[in-house]
Write a protein that binds this ligand. Structure first.
Ligand SMILES: [Zn+2]
Length: 375
């Protein structure tokens, strides 16, 4: 039987609708001018109704990490980030050994195949490395960095949805082309020392996404626009941005959004300390000290964040981006980047009934997955 939500400000890709009713079962049926007479009804009491958020770059939460290699760890993340309005995500592995990666992928695969109620849905894995450039390793461990190896991706192609590669370490792009032709994985440029020209050639070879734009890549100057410039100025390339105001200065949020629009993806890059008190944590075998929004290795290197995706939406909206567009940057646009927008990412008829109720600061009060209350 159809259900409905009344008295909500419905956030759609076109704008925020008031005085309408969202009618749904497992999927969204329609946004109607008037409520049905006999459907199960939720009164939103004037709250915002947003699509479930989608995090395509999140390592951990509540003490658990995707690289721990257990289903329990993945489920701890999945239930933890649900409270932030996230209904689907890519658990993101670090640069660790092949053995640890295979173990992590099999845990991710297990959770993907049997989702539990009260958990955000696992769409696959984001493998952030090990095919990165040691010179731009950031908080990744140098010990396990390898040259790109398409066969490894092909062996795990049922689970890898997104893979971060430093394209300059694949000189003739033969591995990138092989991954592109033999898997559905989206190839992202990241932890890279590529200059502008190399990055542009990598896009032609099949790279279509950029991992945390500006962080761990060559930056922009007027004579050398770098990997960051190549990603920003190439229309079809989608870009992740960590909008925590620490990894990236907030003055850049609005101009980057205006350049990338529907290719702009909010991510958290959250590590296991997310949702936990300040202190010392492990990130891919290295010690990270967390102090407020700042996470650093002992040598001062900026490590992953403790950002939540609902806070990222609030930060982007606070930088002057209309709220409905800031919401798209954490739902429809990342869904599109990984080819999942035919199923999810917006409050549009035919898509899954994954959504959340929240206030104007995107503080989440209720979450629904496939039309069922999950929080
Ligand atoms: Zn990361």
């Amino acid at each position: 039987m159809a259900k409905q939500i009344i008295n909500a400000k419905i956030v759609t890709p076109e704008g925020i609708l008031e005085g309408k009713t969202l009618i749904y079962d497992r999927k969204i049926i329609e946004i109607s001018d008037s409520p049905l007479p006999d459907a199960e009804t939720i009164n939103a009491g004037g709250r915002l109704l947003i699509p479930g958020l989608i995090d395509i770059h999140v390592h951990g939460y509540l003490g658990a990490d995707a690289s721990d290699g257990t289903e329990d760890a993945v489920r701890t993340i999945a239930s933890g980030i649900l409270k932030n309005g996230v209904t689907a995500f890519l658990p993101t592995t670090m640069t660790v050994s092949y053995e640890e990666l295979e173990k992590a992928f099999s845990a991710i695969r297990g959770v993907m195949r049997s989702p539990h109620p009260g958990e955000a849905i696992v769409l696959g894995a984001h493998a952030e490395g090990p095919f990165i450039n040691v010179n731009k390793k950031g908080a990744q461990s140098a010990e396990f960095v390898r040259r790109p190896d398409a066969d490894f991706v092909i062996r795990n192609k049922d689970v890898i949805k997104l893979i971060t590669i430093a394209p300059e370490t694949d000189e003739d792009f033969s591995e990138i082309k092989k991954i592109r032709s033999q898997t559905d994985a989206v190839i992202s440029m990241g932890h890279t020392d590529a200059d502008y020209d190399t990055a542009i050639r990598a896009f032609k070879a099949g790279v279509s996404h950029a991992t945390h734009l500006f962080n761990a890549m060559t930056g922009i100057t007027h004579r050398a626009p770098g990997a960051a410039g190549a990603a920003l100025f190439t229309e079809n390339v989608s870009c992740e941005l960590i909008c925590d105001t620490f990894h990236v200065h907030p003055a850049l949020f609005s101009p980057v959004f205006r350049l990338k629009r529907d290719k702009f993806n909010l991510i958290t890059d959250c590590m296991r300390a997310g949702g936990m008190p300040d202190g010392e944590y492990d990130l891919g075998g290295q010690k990270v000290t967390v102090n407020g929004i700042k996470c650093r290795l002992d040598d001062g290197t900026i490590a992953g964040s403790v950002l939540t995706l609902n806070k990222a939406v609030a930060n982007l909206s606070g930088a002057g981006i209309p709220l409905h567009e800031a919401v798209c940057a954490a739902s429809l646009y990342p869904a599109r980047a990984i080819g999942a927008d035919n199923e999810r990412g917006a409050l549009l008829p035919g898509l899954r009934a994954d959504f959340a109720l929240c206030d104007g600061e995107i503080n989440i009060s209720e979450v629904y997955i496939a039309g069922e209350r999950a929080l």
